[in-house]
Design a protein around this ligand. Structure first.
Ligand code: UTP
Length: 291
């Protein structure tokens, strides 16, 4: 019997260098995709996978994230008074039950491994999910639900992967598989940003994980790795010496919203998926291309 995955860690304390200066005063995961912050989609995905508690790893100046997921009596009262029930429902859709969220300060952005380690006291001794909130995934069932289903089948640790664009595998955390058959395969290794030509596969770790709590012991003494950062990939590679890891090639489309073009692509793709926006969005794109 595997223990149920109830908690998810969402590290948002990075500097967001690739989307500065916007990310200087607005946490990058609160930037909009169409009319909702990226985090709205991410939290919806977590809840759809049965997650009951969300642990945000935050940095200085990110208090707006807490405020976004809290009630706002002034805005809600004004919408109520004006009878704007549809906008009111949209404003309230992301607000969960009291106590659903914890916010932990990382204090210095030392790397993703360090950010995850900061969640140790809140997660405790149970398996948990990690969601990289700048990787927006459009999938049905949602990406984390696919990872949880894989975990319920094989247990241990699950890493969601997908093929890297041609010639770009060296930019990512890449997995090595025992054999590549079907979408769920036992892993034999992983490496963060392998030197070009040495990649063990073209499958990169794309931002959803199910991890066992022993990862915290490993991260406790984790040395700095690629880019001088404490890398989660290095921690997982060390844990793999004593625990099973499976890679799940999930079924869906990923948008890297931490990158200018990725964020633009997500805005266009999500607008085209909205029944009331699809036609005007298409006309706008065609006009721009003709200009
Ligand atoms: P990224 O490296 O993609 O995000 O980390 P970043 O550091 O914000 O962006 P750039 O590279 O400077 O443009 C993946 C996720 O891990 C979080 C980030 O906030 C992002 O959501 N992270 C990263 C932390 O929470 N703490 C860290 O020390 C590093």
């Amino acid at each position: 019997m595997t223990k149920r995955v109830r908690k998810a860690v969402l590290p948002v304390a990075g500097l967001g260098t690739r989307v500065l200066p916007g990310a200087k005063t607005t946490p990058k995961n609160l930037l909009n995709v169409v009319d909702r912050p990226i985090l709205s989609y991410i939290v919806e995905e977590a809840r759809a996978a049965g997650i009951e508690h969300l642990v945000f790893i935050v940095g200085r100046g990110q208090g707006a994230i807490e405020d976004y997921f809290d009630a706002n009596p002034e805005v809600e009262g004004a919408l109520e008074a004006k009878g704007k029930a549809d906008i009111l429902a949209e404003v309230r859709r992301d607000i969960g039950p009291p106590g659903e969220m914890s916010f932990v300060r990382q204090m210095a952005p030392l790397g993703l491994g360090h950010a995850v380690w900061c969640a140790r006291h809140v997660v405790g001794d149970e398996p948990f999910a990690v969601i990289l909130p700048d990787m927006l995934m459009a999938a049905e069932p949602p990406a984390l639900a696919q990872a949880v289903a894989a975990y319920e089948k094989v247990g241990g640790n699950i890493v969601v992967v997908e093929p890297a664009p041609e010639g770009e595998a060296h930019k990512y955390g890449i997995v090595a598989l025992e054999k590549a058959a079907g979408r769920l395969n036992r892993m034999t290794g992983m490496v963060e940003k392998p030197a070009p030509g040495t990649e063990p596969s073209n499958l990169f770790i794309s931002g959803r994980y199910i991890l066992q709590p022993e990862i915290f012991e490993v991260l406790e003494t984790q040395e700095r790795g690629a880019g001088g950062e404490i890398q989660l990939t290095d921690g997982m590679a060390a844990l793999m010496k004593r625990q099973d890891f499976h890679a799940l090639e999930y079924d869906g489309t990923t948008f890297d919203c931490g990158d200018k073009i990725g964020l633009l692509r997500a805005n266009i793709a999500f607008a085209l998926r909205r029944p009331e926006l699809a036609a005007p969005a298409r006309r706008m794109i065609e006009d721009l291309l003709r200009a």
